[in-house]
Design a protein around this ligand. Structure first.
Ligand SMILES: [Ca+2]
Ligand SMILES: [Ca+2]
Ligand SMILES: [Ca+2]
Ligand SMILES: [Zn+2]
Length: 470
């Protein structure tokens, strides 16, 4: 089975799903036909009454007003009280059309893989007090949540059918709720339309804190989990473990035989005393796998030395180091043994240590690390706990899974090589579209910054047992 989610392949699969009618009103629907439960009617009676329509009231499906009464009371006060009489020559000229109805005409809930476009772009329709489509109305679309991107970012003007839609909406790169909203900048009283999208993944990470974290620390762990859940998208066999089989450094408790369920990955996290300032900063890795040998990580640990994290927090790098450490728990550097050639441990510093996985080799070409697939340079420092378990610092510099941390690094991109290396482990489907931009092309490569740096700062933990899987 393929363990590499190809972006193009996914698009094909998704368009098939659209064609099957699962997704809702079709984009090519040129008639006026709509699905009432997907729509919100903002009734024209309220159009002149200040801000009642502004806000979230446009979000609820199944608004019982429906469309049927769209013509009632058209015009409200002062727009021509005589609409019920047949026209005569003495009537005043017909009132100027004004927008009175603004509603979503595309699906308002859907899903896609992180970093990929949704199947049906957000589209809205504007109608006047006579229920006729209004052309030429500016519609503003904005990303409300999830960090995705939309095209265009400028206003879209309604067409002859009164409709305006985005060209594309690409979801963000974390498994968090995504949303776009639409509004009419020139008619704000008509409120907002909201479009939601969830990030598809079957991989769940659960974190249990052994020491109470600060709010910021908890948020950093949760956001790291959401990021990896967007990268790994497949389900793994559920299982059960007990704490008595874990080393104490992994959260073990002798004699504790309470069964604890594992969906995909269970992590014990602690921020506490390890060895004071300097020395060890963090230790992380899997403690239990799924079967002897190459079964996927099931239970892991992430420990941070509270004496050291102050400087990380001050440098704004605490979130990134948590993301890095969680990478070791899911298997980066910790499930590499059969994929590493020329290891530098125990005592060969400077050896040509390389990662030989085929997906990572292809990805290394795509980030301009090589002209043809070539084993990927790995940490050859021979420093215990770090060597043979990261990319090589002199090549990857600021990449997330490089072994040294420069406090001047402004970002630590999660590269396609790192994502692809997960597919090489044999048990993950990794989503290429969730990778950050990262290139080793000379003109695009980050220089090694001057200033404080932590060399080979993290120590990986290796699994010592397995969970019970049914
Ligand atoms: Ca799962
Ligand atoms: Ca320390
Ligand atoms: Ca680095
Ligand atoms: Zn590390």
């Amino acid at each position: 089975m393929a363990h590499w989610k190809n972006f193009g392949l996914f698009l094909v699969a998704f368009s098939v799903a659209c064609d099957s009618g699962v997704v809702g009103p079709g984009l090519d629907d040129t008639s006026d036909e709509r699905t009432d439960e997907d729509l919100i009617d903002i009734t024209d009676e309220d159009a002149t009454s200040d801000t009642d329509n502004v806000g979230g009231d446009g979000l609820l499906p199944g608004d019982s007003d429906g469309d049927a009464g769209g013509g009632d009371g058209a015009g409200g006060d002062g727009v021509g009280g005589g609409d019920d009489q047949p026209p005569t020559d003495d009537d005043p000229p017909p009132p100027t059309p004004v927008p009175t109805t603004f509603e979503a005409v595309s699906v308002v809930g859907q899903s896609a893989l992180a970093g990929t476009p949704v199947g049906e772009v957000p589209e809205v329709e504007v109608r006047d007090q006579f229920d006729a489509p209004m052309a030429g109305i500016a519609v503003r679309f904005e990303v409300l949540a999830g960090g995705g991107t939309i095209v265009p970012t400028t206003n879209v003007t309604t067409d002859a059918q009164g409709r305006a839609k985005l060209t594309s909406w690409t979801l963000g790169k974390s498994a968090v709720p995504n949303a776009v909203r639409a509004s009419l900048p020139d008619h704000e009283a008509l409120g907002l339309e909201r479009f939601d999208a969830t990030v598809e993944t079957s991989y769940q990470i659960e974190i249990v804190f052994l020491d109470p974290p600060t709010d910021e620390q908890r948020a950093a762990f949760e956001s790291a989990a959401a990021r990896w859940m967007a990268v790994i998208v497949n389900d793994l066999p559920n299982g059960v473990f007990t704490r008595d089989i874990l080393p104490e450094s992994c959260g073990g408790i002798p004699g504790d035989t309470t069964p604890i369920p594992v969906d995909d990955l269970f992590i014990y996290a602690r921020v506490g005393a390890i060895d004071g300032v300097g020395g060890t900063l963090a230790q992380a890795g899997p403690c239990l796998g799924r079967s002897a040998g190459a079964g996927a990580p099931a239970v892991g640990v992430m420990s941070f030395d509270s004496a050291d994290i102050v400087s990380l927090e001050q440098a704004g790098l605490f979130d990134e180091t948590i993301l890095h450490e969680m990478g070791h728990v899911i298997g980066i550097g910790t499930y590499w043994d059969t994929l590493i050639d020329n290891p530098s441990l125990p005592a060969s510093p400077g050896a040509d240590t390389v990662f030989t996985g085929a997906f990572a080799q292809d990805a290394y070409v795509s980030i301009d690390g090589a002209d043809v697939p070539t084993p990927v340079p790995a940490d050859n420092s021979a420093v215990a706990g770090s060597a043979d378990a990261h990319w090589r610092e002199s090549v990857f510099t600021n990449e997330l899974m490089s072994p040294s941390l420069d406090f001047a690094d402004t970002s630590l991109p999660l590269s396609l090589v790192t994502v692809a290396s997960l597919s090489d482990l044999g048990f993950y489907d990794a989503n290429a579209a969730a990778a950050d931009f990262f290139s080793l092309a000379p003109t695009l490569r980050a220089p090694t910054p001057e200033g404080p740096r932590l060399e080979n700062w993290c120590e990986v933990v290796r699994p010592t047992g397995v969970i019970t899987t049914p």
